[in-house]
Design a binder for this molecule. Structure first.
Ligand SMILES: Nc1ncnc2c1ncn2[C@@H]1O[C@H](COP(=O)(O)OP(=O)(O)OP(=O)(O)O)[C@@H](O)[C@H]1O
Ligand SMILES: [Mg+2]
Length: 232
């Protein structure tokens, strides 16, 4: 469903390479954890996969479509990302406007939009936030709202950047069980190794912009030497 080949990324010419020769694939419905120390390149990789950052070298194919500027709109429908900082995601005044933004953009009618939003909010247990102002939500509420805004579009690939950050233990458990029940292919960047293990059978370990190890999450997380070498 997703193929990444020899991907190299640099923020500006002359800067050091932030991702180097990244190579991996995700099978449909597979859930893979992306782990690695601060600055390893996890967020950069996810942003590159949704076309926000343009690779210097290498190729990305999503659902059989090669990523390039002409097909970005199509690809954006296939992949949805929840950003590490929800303030980068929520930009409309009210939650309803925010979550409905993508659907309105694609021309869905208002009744359908409202029904779909109501269903997603109920699924995430945040129906009570419906009429609240986005910028006045708490950190955890913002994160769930951002997730709602992505799920409402029903993407095939979910890119989640630190989905459990800011969540209280109960919301975190709710989130994990919701994610575990979703049919989507997922790539989940996280420092929450327990979430990685619960949710993702496979993991990719990044170190300084390279794939340092890849394999069953449980095996990787039990290899303390490996984790230490990767700065975790
Ligand atoms: N906009 C930017 N311009 C230049 N360099 C950047 C930019 N964003 C990130 N970097 C650099 O790219 C590298 C990878 O950053 P990235 O945010 O992808 O790491 P990460 O693995 O997500 O870290 P964290 O665990 O802290 O979220 C870091 O060295 C960072 O300083
Ligand atoms: Mg990050």
């Amino acid at each position: 469903m997703l193929h990444v080949k020899h991907l190299t990324v640099q923020y500006s010419p002359g800067d050091p390479l932030v991702l180097r020769d990244i190579h991996f694939s995700l099978e449909p419905a597979e859930r893979v954890a992306l782990i690695g120390a601060n600055g390893a390149g996890k967020s950069t990789l996810l942003l590159t996969l949704i076309g926000v950052i343009k690779p210097r070298e290498g190729g990305i194919t999503l659902g059989g479509i090669p990523m390039n500027q002409e097909r970005l709109r199509e690809l954006r429908q296939l992949a949805g990302m929840v950003f590490q900082d929800p303030d980068n995601q929520l930009f409309m005044p009210t939650l309803m406007d925010d979550i409905g933004f993508g659907l309105r953009n694609y021309g869905f009618d208002e009744t359908a939009i409202e029904e779909r939003i109501a269903a997603i909010l109920a699924q995430l247990g945040i129906s009570h936030l419906k009429n609240r102002l986005s910028h006045k939500l708490s950190g955890g509420e913002k994160r769930l709202a951002a997730l709602a805004g992505v799920l409402v579009m029903d993407p095939s690939l979910l890119l989640l950047d630190e989905p459990s950050a800011f969540l209280d233990p109960r919301s975190r458990r709710t989130l994990i069980s919701i994610l575990a029940g979703l049919p989507q292919t997922m790539l989940v960047a996280t420092h929450d190794l327990d979430l990685a293990q619960t949710l993702c059978p496979r993991a990719i370990l990044l170190k300084e912009g390279r794939v340092f190890a890849e394999g069953p999450t449980q095996e990787l997380l039990q290899n303390h030497t490996l984790l230490e070498q990767a700065g975790l």
